[in-house]
Design a protein around this ligand. Sequence first.
Ligand code: SF4
Length: 149
Amino acid sequence: MPRPILVSACLLGLQTRYDGAAKRNAAVLRYLADRNLTPVPVCPEQLAGLATPRPATRFTSGDGTGVLNGTGTVKNSEGKIVNDAFLRGASETLEVARLSGCTEALLKERSPSCGVHQVYLEETIVPGQGVACALLSRRGFQVRSEEDL
Ligand code: SF4
């Protein structure tokens, strides 16, 4: 029986990215097909109610775990702190997971919402997780990125 798995919508070819583009990933599609997994597309930033296109966003302190703990900051290219929107998107993503029976997720590396092992802190790539990934990890989900396949 097919098993549901949360997948970053942009990796599936949906045009959800901040610049209105997709990031379709052939390895992801192959991975899902080979294992008979049913993707449940999620874009935490769209689920937060943010527009597409939208300003690019990066951490200016900490990472997603820091944002969950109240010590991190995620800011858009217009200089606006968007912690609240990113927390809302993470929470809605968790709700989609619950409704669809997912226990694992395949997420886009280095995104401030979806990053699994790395994120951007200002202009630098550092170890860390995006806000939605950090919340899923905290709730016991198995999280992987397209670069783990
Ligand atoms: Fe893709 Fe995640 Fe960014 Fe949405 S928030 S565009 S799913 S990386």
